[in-house]
Design a protein around this ligand. Sequence first.
Ligand code: CA
Length: 406
Amino acid sequence: MTWLDLPADHPFGLHNLPYGVFSVGDGDRRVGVRIGDHVLDLVACAERGGMESAAVWRGGSLDAFLAEGRPAWAAAREWLTEHLSNDEYRDCVEANLVPVADVTMHLPFAVADYVDFYASEHHATNVGRIFRPDSEPLTPNWKHLPIGYHGRSGTVVVSGTDVVRPTGQRKPPTETTPTFGPSVRLDIEAELGFVVGGATTLGTPVDLADADEHLFGVVLLNDWSARDLQAWEYVPLGPFLGKSFATSISPWVVTTDALRAARVPLPGQDPEPLPYLRGSGDGPGTAYGLDIHVEVDWNGTVVSRPEFRDMYWSPAQMLAHMTINGATVRPGDLFGSGTISGAATDTRGSFLELSWSGQDPVILADGSERTFLEDGDTVVLRATAPGPDGSVIGFGECTGTIRPAR
Ligand code: CA
């Protein structure tokens, strides 16, 4: 219990402590930690408290902190927990709390490389059936390696940023030549994004067992997708302009330390992956899944509740695979999990799947029907995970509103 006196099930209680970057009014960007309905100004509190490493949080982004690596992350978490729970530090903390209603949140770190995976068997199967109805839904490699592609880090935006409808080429199968115009099949992909810290040496892969040394935290991620552009361009090199116009992430980075109680075994991998992708140890082992409950809200109606524990590949396996060729990771690297979809219809993480490629409209609470996104539509992703001792770990929201094509 803390003197802050938060209810045990508050999604931003003492067990969570996610990091973000905020400003108040026209003020500078500052690194903060969410506690209850407040943001703790970390630099101000740490400097007043005489914390030697407070400098790492100056500069208005998490970049330097991400570069420090796990020992610094662990020390900071210990320091924060102590300061927020011990009455001795109450004055120092209270003087630097800002109501969350008063802050503007920003992109928490400079996104270095951005990669997006495709780790849900249900999503990959559904998309395979829709995009390639005459072939096996899963490609022959799918159960042997976590499939991914490199996306555009420069267009990763913080929650709340409007999304302008993309324009481009599309060619429905019924047409012989492509046409050009605003996307008419604009979609979402409900995902988690994994934030990487520390750095590696070119030529040296990250071993599966060492993945946690680099997995700093988790955000909600919406991989906005123009299905008509994507369907025409993706063969043979994968997604490009159908994805790169915008990717939204939630502003609070929930640390992997806060998610230790949410670790679960993977649903099962058959065939057994190659040794570099194999987990070990008891229980969840090194290739663990995460018990994170996601919610997809379309204009105020919750249309889907995907469960992250259904994912076939684990975050550690994705990181190990991403570096097995010797490619480096850098602080600020971000990789998406791929759309989170389960077996049940109401756990599908994209509108492509929910409406089965537009054949089966989704009915919203106001009676309106949707297949793909219309201008003015707002999508909100939310998530929670179990914390220790019955507590709840909240992720907050990742939201975006569609604006007309320019
Ligand atoms: Ca995706």
